[in-house]
Design a protein. Sequence first.
Length: 280
Amino acid sequence: MTHEQPYRLAGVMGWPVAHSRSPLLHNHWIAEHGLRGAYVLLPVEPEKIEQALRALPVLGFAGCNLTIPHKVAAMSIVDHLEPLAQRIGAANTIVVGADGSLTGRNTDAFGFIQSLRDAQAAWRANAGPACVIGAGGAARAVIAGLLDEGATEIRLCNRSDAKAVDMAQEFGPLVHAVPWAERHTALEGVALLVNTTNQGMHGQTALDLRLDALSTSTLVSDIVYVPLETPLLQEAKARGNATVNGLGMLLNQARPAFEAWFGPRPDISPALMDKVLASF
C-alpha cells in the first residue's frame, strides 16, 4: 500500500491582496518539486485578522504570508514570535506547528541580503558604510539584515528626521541618523546605497537624491520593483554603478517560507524569472 504525500495549503493574507505575485511563485515551486498542494489568495479585512489566523490550523493550512496591512497586527496574535521578526517589528510569514500553534517569522531581511549576493557574489556587508533612505518597515528589515551580516556603519536618511533618529537609537551605535538636508553628502564613501521608500515606484515621484558624491564602485539597490528600473537605478547605471532592483528581494523572501511549509528550499530558476517578468 502506497502512502500519498499530504496535501499542503498555504496562502497570502492582505487587504487588498489581488495584486500579489506570491501565488505565481509558490505554485510554480509546488509543481517544480512534484508536491501536492496549493497557494491561494486570502483577502482578509483588518478587523478580522485574528479570526483568520486562528482558522489556519483548523482549515489544514501549513501557514501563510502576510502583506499590508497585517504584518504588525499579527505580532500580538501569534503564539511565538521569532527574535528577528521582533527586531524588525513585523511578521511576514506564519508557520503552523504540529500542535496548531502559530509562529511569526520575518524573511524580508534574508530576501534583501540574498538579492545583493545574487547581484554580486563577492558582496560583503563590512566592505564599507551603507546609506539607507527611508525609515519605514522595509528600512527596518534592511538594517536588521545588514547588521546581522556584519555592517560596521549605516547612515539613515529620512524625510522626517525625528523618525530616523528614533530608528537609529533603537538599532544601536552602528546606525547613525543623517539629517534629510544632508542626504546628498551622506553618500560620500559609501559601499552600498539602498532606497527603501516608494519614491520612484510607478505613479510616485522620483527619489530626490543627487548622486554626485557617490563612488562608481558603490552598489545601488532599490526595493521598488514596479518599474524594475527606477529613476534612481537608471541614473546609477548611467554613472557606471552596479544596481539591484527590488525583484530579487521579492523572490528570495519567499524561499524560506516555502521551505517551512512544503519542505524543499526552492531556487529561482530562469523559467520562474520568465514567468514573473511576464506578469508585469
